[in-house]
Design a protein around this ligand. Sequence first.
Ligand SMILES: [Zn+2]
Length: 343
Amino acid sequence: MKILFAFALLLVGSCATLRHSEKVKNLKESIAYENEADVIKYLNTIKSDELQIHVEEIASPKYNGRKTGEEGHNRVCDFIRTYYKDHGIKAPESHPNYYQIVPNNVLPEELNDSQNVIAYIEGSEYPEEYVYISAHSDHEGIIDGNIYPGADDNGSGTAAVFEIAQAFKKAKMDGNGPKRSVVFLHVTAEEVGLHGSRYYTEHPIFPIENTISTLNIDMIGRVDKQHLDNEDYIYVIGADRKSTELHFIIQAANSNFVGLNLDYKYNDPNDTNRYYYRSDHYNFAVKGIPVVFFFNGEHEDYTKPTDTADKINYKLLEKRTKLIFSTAWYLANSPDRLSTGVL
Ligand SMILES: [Zn+2]
């Protein structure tokens, strides 16, 4: 009896496994880009020299390290919204000056009011569904008389959002605009506790239940110690927690268009660094939204006054930005809305 019972269990177990691998296979095969030539056309508008211009501006000492609520950070937020105005990328109707004020009563005590900066391109077929590209705009400010330029953290992410927005805008001008709306979200107060993104998800400008996914970028311009011999990598964190499909879409985007090594080391739920909890995507995940965090890992200039624009690897920043754009393209244009199941 015992042996029979165990055998039956084994059978049930292996059937379940088979069904799972079959589902994974079907899901992977269902991910197909429709007009690859279009994706490539707009991918090619993402350029290392433009990324460099953006990073050099954002990390410039004139912004005094972009401390939340301080004058230097306010000026960089103004620079960000001017970028969108100049590119004809509009503000949300409810926030026509691109700013969502984050009041000081939700920030650590000593800080002034600050702001998230929000721009978006309206979808042509499903305008009520939203794909977010996010990056924090603040940094450490001035400590002991030293300006913390934060070129990688997070000039690199901010520059990537700019280039992705420009690529979608060019597509739209050609009549190839995204079917879903794409939101470009520059959150404040990340460095002091993810407050800007928390405030946004508590006071969303677009209905939170219509959020397809949030692709968060925080530090993608450098190479960490583990990859000095093979720098064509990016850490991909958290994509499979709420949507197995998102995890595979990133893989498809990468193999079709970019060819980076996707490193899942920090996606391990037991990883002691706990990066999944440490940048702005996490506040979207708390609301049940499929998220992913793109990250280069820590390096010797992380949160130091030496995180300067001349140390960014701009060719690599371009490749990583292309991965994020091609992922966003799929999410914004796929016939079916991203599924939220986890296999
Ligand atoms: Zn950061």
